[in-house]
Design a protein around this ligand. Structure first.
Ligand code: NFS
Ligand code: SF4
Length: 669
């Protein structure tokens, strides 16, 4: 057999734990995504978005580069039916948005269903943990929280409130007309744009289905009109399915507040039963966390000779249990196979999304049980693959069954190689937490944050979010971009796998401010005791960035709508369709969104023009792309400065800079 192509570990990651484990996997002949990325090339036509396969007369491929080489006008290319490059690329792109929005919002639906079961007393293992959040959330749904008794307004029964919220919330997936409720939380001027351009979502499911219809063969052939539906669908997710899911999860599991955590493969233990919970939906992982703390399970661990359990997370399930319980994170999306390679994982328990099918194969090389749990996410291969179906009515019992299965597997461990790497971090900056942290002990407020933005200590706010991508060096783009931003006094909000990259690089500690942040940001961080990069949760929790930005607008002095803020978003290493859905809801909300991996649109110059230029006219936000993280950060900073100028707060900032320049001038003289 010829020598197979393999990844060079030192070249594909900046994370030393990843590099070590990749060496071990390769020595043992166990293939991971890093090797497959070297072996398999991407398709040029697909990456440019100009391959149509929505009917059996295709796939029709309209290569851009070939058209240019052949001397043809790129815009004269056609599919069999006459479909133009922009129609094909737009159809493909909005289908990605539909899939991404469907994924987040369907996760949201299962949360809403469980919430409803809880409220009606049918899911006894769940409860209302955060009553304050229940009251706030009731307000967003228009559910009254007090009732008249004689002359007095008295608080309503919390279960009654929860039941009413549950019924209205669940209804939002299926409403057919009118306006969805939750987008009304946006600043009025942002809402006005949505009404003006006809993109206010009617119902979550309806907008997804309509994309599927419009992109069927021979329906919508106007790329702008297709993208308009993409915008509407994305709002139904960002300001709907995702935002409701975040709120309902907070009510059931607690709103995150700053908390300590640990990250990287070194969190796995030699003498304990290691259970990894991987995926996105916290309904099961919350129960597994609860299960390992029950006396019978603690006792059970002893009977198999272990000193207890480690429940460590992977992907966004990790972020969910980290921000609420401080449970450790084993690693991000690209580290999932490598976690198994440690030989120390008794059970890799997965729910939905970002779970690599190769986990089934790699688990076979070890004792690891690959446990699928969701009826919509099974795996058909692998002798170590087992399915233990989750069901919210018996959640804790099922969680215990899984914990027991892991414990029984402890004795089957072979050789163990746990890398020593772990990093400490401070996490859990929900919108509520930021408000209380920055506003002082007595009264939460965003005004102090606004003041610091206005006086220029903080230049702007940027959400750096999203995935890791095997086509680029693991963690590199996130870290390079974020360091450049904070160095220039831009405070960074982070979620998803981007947050994990920050954790591993030591950016999520208050001490990081003195090392990496510019003088203005460092001063604010030091005064308030926060890191320069704030971990806000999972990708679903990007909705927290929307609510935090809304609070900033409300606090005053920084314009009327989200598009006025000196703010931006970035997903430097995105790979999942969810990221496209997220990006579009930020753009539609007025945010400049920078990507480090191209959208599949560059085969259609007209579509590019629409996304990167015309959208700003419509929504105030637009897409941008730059694969170089530092140059991308510079563009983001330029955008922020443009917004500061429009707000008339650029002079305050200049003074801060001038002071330093003046001092230098004096020194030279
Ligand atoms: Ni987000 Fe979370 Fe990670 Fe990307 Fe996947 S885990 S929902 S999709 S890969 S950031
Ligand atoms: Fe080709 Fe048109 Fe069919 Fe697409 S819809 S595959 S462009 S014939």
């Amino acid at each position: 057999m010829s020598e197979e192509k393999k990844a060079v570990p030192e070249a594909v990651s900046i994370d030393t734990a990843t590099i070590k484990m990749l060496h071990i996997a390769q020595e043992r002949g166990q293939e991971t995504i890093f090797d497959r990325a070297v072996k398999m090339k991407q398709c040029n036509i697909g990456t440019e978005g100009i391959c149509c396969k929505i009917c059996s007369q295709g796939p029709c491929r309209l290569p851009m580069t070939k058209a240019i080489k052949d001397g043809a006008e790129p815009d004269t290319r056609k599919g069999l039916c006459g479909a133009s490059p922009e129609t094909i690329a737009a159809r493909n792109l909005v289908r990605m948005m539909a899939a991404g929005c469907a994924s987040h919002s369907d996760h949201g639906r299962s949360v809403a269903e469980t919430f409803r079961a809880m409220a009606y007393g049918e899911a006894k293992d769940y409860t209302i943990k955060d009553e304050l959040k229940l009251i706030d959330t009731a307000g967003y749904f228009g559910v009254p929280t007090t009732v008249k008794e004689g002359d007095e307004e008295v608080p309503r029964d919390k279960w009654e409130i929860a039941r009413e919220i549950a019924d209205i919330a669940l209804g939002q997936w299926g409403t057919q007309q009118g306006q969805m409720i939750y987008p009304r939380r946006a600043p009025q001027a942002t809402q006005d744009r949505w009404v003006k351009h006809g993109v206010w979502p009617r119902g979550i499911d309806r907008e997804v289905v309509e994309i599927m219809h419009r992109t069927h063969m021979g329906v919508d052939q106007d790329y702008r009109n297709l993208l308009k539906q993409g915008a509407r669908c994305s709002l139904g997710n960002g300001w709907g399915g995702s935002m409701m899911a975040t709120d309902l999860q907070d009510i059931m599991f607690g709103t995150p507040y700053p908390n300590n955590g640990n990250i990287n493969l070194g969190v796995l233990a030699h003498n304990k039963i290691n259970i990894i919970v991987h995926g996105h939906d916290p309904l099961l992982s919350e129960m597994i966390v609860a299960a390992v703390h029950t006396p019978d399970m603690i006792e059970y661990a002893k009977t198999v000779g272990a000193e207890g359990y480690v429940v460590a997370g992977m992907c966004c399930t990790a972020n969910e249990i980290l921000v609420r319980h401080g449970m450790p994170i084993a690693g991000d999306y690209l580290q999932q196979e490598l976690a198994v390679v440690t030989g120390a994982v008794e059970a890799m328990v997965v729910d939905v999304q970002c779970v690599m099918e190769n986990l089934a194969n790699i688990s076979e090389c070890y004792h690891t049980k690959f446990v699928t749990t969701m009826p919509i996410a099974k795996c058909a291969i692998g002798k170590n693959t087992v399915h233990v179906e989750f069901e919210e009515h018996h959640a804790l019992d099922i969680a215990k069954k899984i914990v027991k299965l892991a414990a029984d597997n402890y004795k089957n461990r072979g050789q163990v190689n746990i890398p020593s790497e772990t990093n400490k971090m401070v996490v859990g900056f929900s919108t509520e937490a930021i408000k209380y942290h920055l506003g002082g002990t007595f009264r939460g407020s965003f005004v102090p944050l606004n003041d610091n933005i206005i006086n220029g200590r903080i230049r702007g706010v940027v959400g750096v979010v999203g995935c890791n991508n095997a086509r680029m060096e693991h963690d590199r783009v996130h870290i390079d971009m974020i360091k450049e931003l904070i160095k220039n006094d831009v405070i960074v909000l982070t979620t998803g796998c981007s947050a994990m990259a920050c954790g591993k690089a030591g950016l999520l500690t208050p001490e990081a401010a003195a090392v990496y942040a510019g003088p203005g940001l460092a001063e604010v961080c030091e005064t308030v005791g926060i890191p320069p990069v704030l971990h806000m949760g999972s990708c679903l929790d990007n909705s927290r960035i929307l609510t935090a930005a809304t609070e900033v607008v409300k606090a005053g002095g920084l314009g009327k709508e989200l598009a006025d803020l000196p703010a931006a978003g970035a997903a430097p290493g995105w790979m999942s369709e969810k990221a496209v859905g997220i990006g579009q809801y930020f753009v539609t909300s007025g945010v400049y969104v920078m990507l480090g991996v191209p959208l599949p649109i560059y085969g259609s110059p007209k579509l590019v023009e629409h996304l990167e230029v015309e959208m700003e006219e419509l929504y105030g936000g637009k897409w941008a792309y730059d694969p170089d993280p530092v140059s991308a950060a510079r563009k983001i900073i330029d955008h922020i400065d443009k917004k500061r100028k429009a707000l008339g707060i650029d002079t305050a900032r200049e003074r801060v800079l001038m002071d330093m320049a003046d001092r230098q001038k004096l020194e030279v003289a």
